[in-house]
Design a protein around this ligand. Structure first.
Ligand code: CP
Length: 310
């Protein structure tokens, strides 16, 4: 029996059955997008507020499209020109917005745990759109949804996923590795020792070298963005060095094509660092599918959660 959840804060709060239920709910929305009218009245009269304290293109715009397609009233607070710059705290901002009777609050913040704090403070459903290094649950759900389409099944047993890059700073690595493991996949990581802390993500085996990882024959290579903006120090000698040792180079792409390996990346990409230009044109590159599935998956999350305001 699946109990309704008020908030979506981290994948760890969901059971496998609940994850499958959200992913199943996303499928009819994907079908809806093939029609000329892509809108349903599901959340008519409901209010969705979006608060992004960190930059975003994909997550912020896809939540807006998702809310609009569900016929909700969507408002995005322009944080950079709001009273936040006068020093208003996150909780005071949420109280102010709460007085406007929001039903859903979508929040991205550089500090881990802020969405959890807000969730305990409001009757609105809170959706974590990324908090510090901690979690990005809707990214994990859309990644699983994308692999559901690619594999043609939600049974990921026997599937091998290689996550490559900046694990240390990546909330995506934490959330996506968790969901894929819960769905039965074997997840391993590859990256410079300075960016792959031992034992994180939990109990995941690390590779030291690309060739060793390719010999494992992964079904998917999931590239992570090198998060230069979160790095207060130099974690590797240079971008060129990183590209040659850990990047999906033109040379490595030949092997990837030969083996029919799927390629994913949460975006935005650093071309010439973790990825080379020609990967973007590879037929098994799922980066645009991930963006497209972000809308249906976020519609499913909005549909699935139950705010206390309703
Ligand atoms: N993947 C992701 O979170 O992208 P944005 O930062 O553009 O939202």
């Amino acid at each position: 029996m699946i109990e309704p959840h008020k908030d979506l804060l981290q994948i760890e709060d969901l059971s496998k059955e609940e994850i499958e239920s959200i992913l199943a709910a996303a499928q009819p929305f994907k079908e809806l997008f093939k029609r000329s009218v892509k809108k349903v009245p599901t959340l008519q009269g409901k209010t969705v507020l979006s608060l992004f304290y960190e930059p975003s293109t994909r997550t912020s715009s896809s939540f807006e499209v998702a809310a609009n397609r569900l016929s909700a009233d969507f408002t995005s607070l322009p944080v950079a020109s709001s009273s936040v710059v006068k020093g208003e705290s996150v909780l005071d901002t949420v109280d102010t917005l709460g007085a406007m009777k929001a039903d859903y609050i979508i929040i991205r913040h550089k500090k881990a745990g802020i969405p959890n704090l807000i969730a305990s403070h409001t009757d609105a459903s809170v959706i974590n759109a990324g908090d510090g290094f901690h979690a990005h649950p809707t990214q994990a759900l859309l990644d699983a949804s994308t692999l559901y389409d690619a594999f043609g099944t939600l049974e990921f047993k026997d599937k091998k996923i290689l996550i490559v890059g900046d694990i240390l700073h990546s909330r995506v690595a934490r959330s996506t590795s968790r969901i894929l493991s819960m769905l039965g996949a074997e997840v391993r990581v590859l990256g410079p020792g300075s960016l792959v802390p031992p034992g994180r993500p939990k109990k995941m085996k690390n590779f030291q070298h690309y060739n060793e990882a390719m010999d494992w024959s992964p079904d998917v290579i999931y590239l992570l963005r090198v998060q230069f903006e979160r790095q207060g120090e130099q974690f590797f000698p240079s971008s060129n060095e990183y590209h040659s040792v850990y990047g999906l180079t033109e040379d490595r792409l030949k092997t990837v094509k030969d083996k029919g390996i799927w390629v994913m990346h949460p975006g935005p990409v650093n071309r010439g660092v973790e990825i080379s230009d020609s990967v973007m044109k590879y037929e098994r590159c799922l980066i645009n599918n991930q963006v497209e599935n972000g809308i249906a998956t976020r519609m499913a999350v909005l549909y699935w959660l139950k705010p206390k305001t309703l």
